[in-house]
Ligand binder design. Sequence first.
Ligand SMILES: [Fe+2]
Ligand SMILES: [Fe+2]
Length: 453
Amino acid sequence: MINHELIAEIEQSKKDFDKLMDKLIKNLKREEKILRLSDKRQRKEYDELQKKYEEVKKLQEAQEKLIDSFIKIIASAIDAKSKYIGAHCERVPILTAMLTKEVSESDEIDFKIENEDQEKEISTAAWLHDCGKIVTPDFVMNKSVKLETLYNRIHEIRTRFEVLYRDLIIEAMKRKMNGEDEKKVDKWLDEELKKLKEDFEFLAKINNSKQELTEEEIQRIKEIADREWYRYFDDTLGLSEDELSRVPESEKNQKLPVKEKLLADKKRHIVKRSKREINDLKRHNFHMEIPKNMYNYGEIYNLTIPRGTLTPEEYFKIQEHVIMTIKMLESLPFPERFKNVPLYAGAHHEAINGKGYPRRLKGDEIPIPARIMAIADIFEALTAKDRPYKDKKTLSQAIDILVQKALEGELDKDILAIFIKSRVFEKYAKMFLSKDQIDEVDVDYYLKKLKGN
Ligand SMILES: [Fe+2]
Ligand SMILES: [Fe+2]
């Protein structure tokens, strides 16, 4: 009896145990299923995330490529703007990168390229260093004779000489008709016509002159300018609104004929600079001497430019490209890792001695990449073989000029010493210079000079 009860109890316990086990197994299986499902879901999510990451990466790469192409398009547009600058914007970043590497590897300067981003930041600045030239008027950038505006105004002045020439012939005829001695009149006419031709040839030569004008030449220009002729036509007809706005009231509705000077500096030749522009330049902390006028097209004013073809107003316009570079680049939302692009690009015309532009930074205020770029910028400009009408310098001539500039305090002596010592200029020369430009450079001589020995 006791045994039966015991057996029944054991059986009941076994059943309960089996039930419990069943329940446990079921629960375990369910848990396992849940786990498997969640694992699958997690894997799926992970895969999806991975896929998205790849897509974002690709998108980012495509975007970077697009931005790089934009940068290069801007550089080639500037190069295409003027035949006088050749492929400047394309070669400066190459030379900048070459010199940056040498400076980074040298122990003589406290400057190291730590990562790819830093390298890219400098390269971007070099590609965009002259981007402001996009707004420099072509006629200023390409001004190749003193009287050039949108065209060479020597033709206009020659026409006045043509008028005077004919006036002399008419005067001679009148004098003969009035009974004057023919021989005497002919002699006078020959002399006058000869003088007129010589005067024009002189002005034409001055127009083309790249040499420093002498006091005598300036005086002669003024004397020729003073000669008079008669204008029978209204010179306010056919003008654009802009042109007409520069004509003073006293020159409107004049009684004809009007006695004119052969060459003149007139009020209408002056294009004023707006106050807004002056204030804007000051607000940006640009310390440059700003000419009062935007342009002065005066004929005597331009012909008497002491040296070269640019008036102070046009010279400022050229220098203004770096102001535009800064303004343009500062308005772009560069990511943190490229935040120095405007600073580097905008300081490529600054000088160690503080005489550069546009902010007159000096010494350590100029970041090292900008000092490197300044050397690359000048060296490229001196040696470019694709600038028409400009002497391309040989290696030794270009290095000599750079050393001169460093000794005068314009360029960084230590960086220039690395440029010369590493012979990186030779590597560059093999890539971009013609054979006749590649000559021997006395490296030791220039290094000693830079070290002050
Ligand atoms: Fe520049
Ligand atoms: Fe440049």
